[in-house]
Design a protein around this ligand. Structure first.
Ligand SMILES: Cc1cc2nc3c(=O)[nH]c(=O)nc-3n(C[C@H](O)[C@H](O)[C@H](O)COP(=O)(O)OP(=O)(O)OC[C@H]3O[C@@H](n4cnc5c(N)ncnc54)[C@H](O)[C@@H]3O)c2cc1C
Length: 510
C-alpha cells in the first residue's frame, strides 16, 4: 500500500470517512486561493477535523510518514498561503464555534475556523464588537486566517490589526507529539484567558502573522469592546494630487482626533478616476476630480462628542479639500448623511479594488509604511513601473495604491498591486514581476503582513533578513517543527540544513 493510502486509512480512523477525501474534484476545489499567478496545486489529501485533539492526531500521523501539512481557513488568501502541492491540506472550517462570550470581562473564546461574519454578527446582537472587524473578505475568511496573516481591516485605524485584539491562542504544534499548548493568561492552567502578557514570555506573538508555519491555531481568545453607539461618515476630495498633503492630513487627524477615528481611508486620484469610469449609473454632468478622496469614519460614545469630532475634522480638512459625495461620480452611491455602518459595507468594500478592472484579478502587494514616506514610495513605485513596463503581463494595470489605510500610531497600509488574467499564458510573467515588485518594496523598507508563499519568499529573496535573524528563525522553527513539515515552502524554508540565503536574488543578475 502506498504511503498516502496508509495515511488516508489512519486519518480516516481519527476523523471518520465523511471528512477526508482524495477525490480529484475535491482536490481541484481546494487547489487555489484568490491569487492569479499561481498554477492550480493539488493536495494529496484534504481533511476536515472538528476538534483540537483530532488536529493533534493528524499532526502525529503526518510526522510518522513525514508528509507536509498546510492549514486552511476560508482560503481567501491572496498570496498562495492556504493551498498545498501534495501533502495534507487541513481545512479548519468545521471548528467554527463560539465557546464563550464574556460580556463582563470583555473577552471571548472562539474556535479558529469561525468566519468574521459569523462572529461579528453574533456579537453585534449583544452590543459587542471585536473592534477590528477582520478583512474585507470577512464573510468567508476566518479568525485563524486573520491571526496568521496579521490582517488589517475595518476598525484597524482605531483598534489595530487582528493580532492586536488577540489575548492568546490554543495551538497544535507540528512536532511528532502533536503537542497542544495555550498562550497568554491561558498558559496558567488556573487562569481565565483574560489578558495576553504575563505568566511567560509573549508566545502568542510567535503564532501571529506566522502564515501557518509555527503551529495550527485551534482556539483564539479575543478582546471585546462595547459597540460605540454614535458614528458619522465624512468624505473629502483634495484640491491637489499631493501625497505629502495626504501624509500631513493623516498626521493631523491622528494627532487631533485620536480615538474618534474609526477608519481613515484614502482613495488615490487615479483609482477614483478608474472607479468613476467603471460605474453603471454615471451622472450626466461629469466632475473633474483633482486629488485623492478621504473617507473618514468617526465614532463616539456620546452625540456631543461626535459633533466635536466632526467639527475638528472639518477644520483640519478645510484648507486643502472640499466635502465630497460619491454620488458626484456614481448616482447609486449612498449620501454620507444616509450612510449606516453595516457588515456588507465592511466585507464588500475591497472587492472593487482588488481587481480594479474586471474580469482581471490581482497580484497584490499590500504593505505598511510610515505615513511620512508615502510620497517617497509613490515615486519609487512609479519609477519601477516605468522601467519594468515590458515585464508586466499584457494588458495589466499596475497601481502604487488602490487605497491607503491609516493604522495606529503613524503607519498606513498601501493596498496595491497589479492585475493579470487568470490564464496560463500570463502566469510566468505575472509571478516574475510580482516577486520583483515585492522585493523592490521590501528594499524601500515596506513591511508586508499577509506573507503566504509569494511574499514570504520575496522577503528572503530581497535579502531582508540578517544571517543572525535567519539562524534564530530556523532554530525556533526547528523547536516547534523538527521535521519542517508545516507549510514548508513559505519563507523558502524547506529543511533545517537548507540555507535560506541561497534564495537571495541579485536584481542586476536577473
Ligand atoms: C476580496 C478580498 C478582500 C480582502 N481584504 C483584506 C483586508 O481587508 N485585509 C487583509 O489583511 N486581508 C484581506 N484579504 C486577504 C485575506 O482574505 C485575509 O488576509 C484573511 O484574513 C485570510 O483569512 P482566511 O481564513 O481566508 O485564511 P486562509 O486563506 O485560509 O489562510 C491564510 C493563511 O493563514 C494560514 N492559516 C489559516 N488558518 C490557520 C490556522 N487556524 N492556524 C494556522 N494557520 C492558519 C494559512 O496556511 C495561510 O497561510 C482580502 C482578500 C480578498 C479576496
Amino acid at each position: 500500500m502506498s504511503t498516502i493510502k496508509q495515511l488516508y486509512k489512519e486519518i480516516e480512523a481519527i476523523i471518520g470517512p465523511d471528512y477526508i477525501t482524495d477525490k480529484d474534484f475535491m482536490k481541484a476545489a481546494y487547489s487555489r486561493n484568490v491569487d492569479p499567478a499561481f498554477p492550480d496545486r493539488w493536495a494529496d489529501l484534504i481533511v476536515r477535523p472538528s476538534t483540537t485533539e483530532e488536529v493533534s492526531q493528524i499532526i502525529k500521523t503526518a510526522n510518522k510518514y513525514k508528509i507536509p501539512i498546510v492549514p486552511r481557513g476560508g482560503g481567501a488568501d491572496l498570496v498562495g498561503g492556504s493551498v498545498s502541492e501534495g501533502g495534507i491540506l487541513i481545512d479548519l472550517t468545521r471548528m467554527n464555534h463560539i465557546l464563550e462570550i464574556n460580556d463582563q470581562d470583555f473577552y471571548c473564546v472562539v474556535e479558529c475556523g469561525i468566519t468574521w461574519g459569523a462572529l461579528v454578527s453574533n456579537l453585534h446582537e449583544k452590543g459587542l464588537t471585536t473592534g477590528v472587524l477582520g478583512p474585507g473578505s470577512g464573510f468567508s475568511a476566518t479568525i485563524g486566517g486573520g491571526l496568521s496573516n496579521s490582517t488589517a481591516g475595518f476598525g484597524s485605524t482605531k483598534y489595530g490589526v487582528v493580532p492586536d485584539i488577540c489575548l492568546g491562542v490554543e495551538v497544535v504544534l507540528p512536532d511528532p507529539q502533536g503537542t497542544i499548548i495555550r498562550t497568554g493568561a491561558a498558559a496558567n492552567k488556573y487562569a481565565e484567558p483574560f489578558c495576553r502578557y504575563g505568566v511567560a514570555p509573549d508566545f502568542t506573538g510567535l503564532f501571529m502573522g506566522d502564515v501557518g508555519t509555527m503551529g495550527i491555531k485551534t482556539k483564539a481568545y479575543l478582546k471585546l469592546f462595547p459597540e460605540t453607539p454614535f458614528k458619522a461618515q465624512k468624505y473629502f476630495v483634495l484640491h491637489k494630487n499631493d501625497y505629502n498633503k495626504v501624509s500631513e492630513l493623516m498626521y493631523r487627524l491622528r494627532k487631533e482626533v485620536r480615538d474618534g477615528l474609526h477608519d481613515v481611508l484614502v482613495v488615490p486620484l487615479i483609482t477614483a478616476q478608474l472607479l468613476a469610469s467603471m460605474v453603471e449609473n454615471k451622472p450626466k454632468k461629469r466632475i473633474r476630480l483633482k486629488g485623492p478622496i478621504f473617507s473618514i469614519l468617526l465614532e463616539a460614545v456620546d452625540k456631543d462628542i461626535l459633533k466635536k469630532y466632526v467639527e475638528r475634522v472639518d477644520d483640519i480638512m478645510k484648507d486643502d479639500a472640499r466635502v465630497f459625495e460619491w454620488q458626484e461620480i456614481d448616482l447609486d452611491a449612498t449620501l454620507s448623511k444616509d450612510w449606516r455602518f453595516n457588515l456588507k459595507y465592511a466585507y464588500n468594500y475591497f472587492n472593487k479594488y482588488i481587481s480594479i478592472a474586471p474580469p482581471k484579478i490581482s497580484c497584490t502587494t499590500c504593505h505598511k509604511v510610515p505615513i511620512n514616506k508615502i510620497q517617497q514610495v509613490a515615486e519609487i513605485s512609479s519609477n519601477f513601473d516605468i522601467i519594468n513596463k515590458d515585464g508586466f503581463p499584457k494588458g495589466s494595470i499596475s497601481l502604487f495604491a488602490t487605497v491607503i489605510f491609516l493604522l495606529p500610531n503613524g503607519n498606513c497600509v498601501i493596498v496595491g498591486g497589479f492585475n493579470a488574467d487568470n490564464v496560463d499564458e500570463q502566469r510566468e510573467a505575472s509571478m516574475k514581476m510580482w516577486h520583483k515588485k515585492l522585493r523592490m518594496q521590501v528594499k524601500y523598507g515596506g513591511v508586508h503582513y499577509w506573507l503566504g508563499e509569494a511574499i514570504s519568499q520575496s522577503i528572503v529573496e530581497a535579502d531582508a533578513y540578517t544571517p543572525d535573524f535567519i539562524r534564530f528563525f530556523k532554530n525556533v522553527k526547528k523547536s516547534v517543527d523538527p521535521n519542517f513539515l508545516l507549510s514548508p515552502k513559505k519563507f523558502h524554508m524547506y529543511s533545517f540544513d537548507d540555507d535560506m540565503a541561497d534564495h537571495i536574488i541579485n536584481e542586476e543578475e536577473e
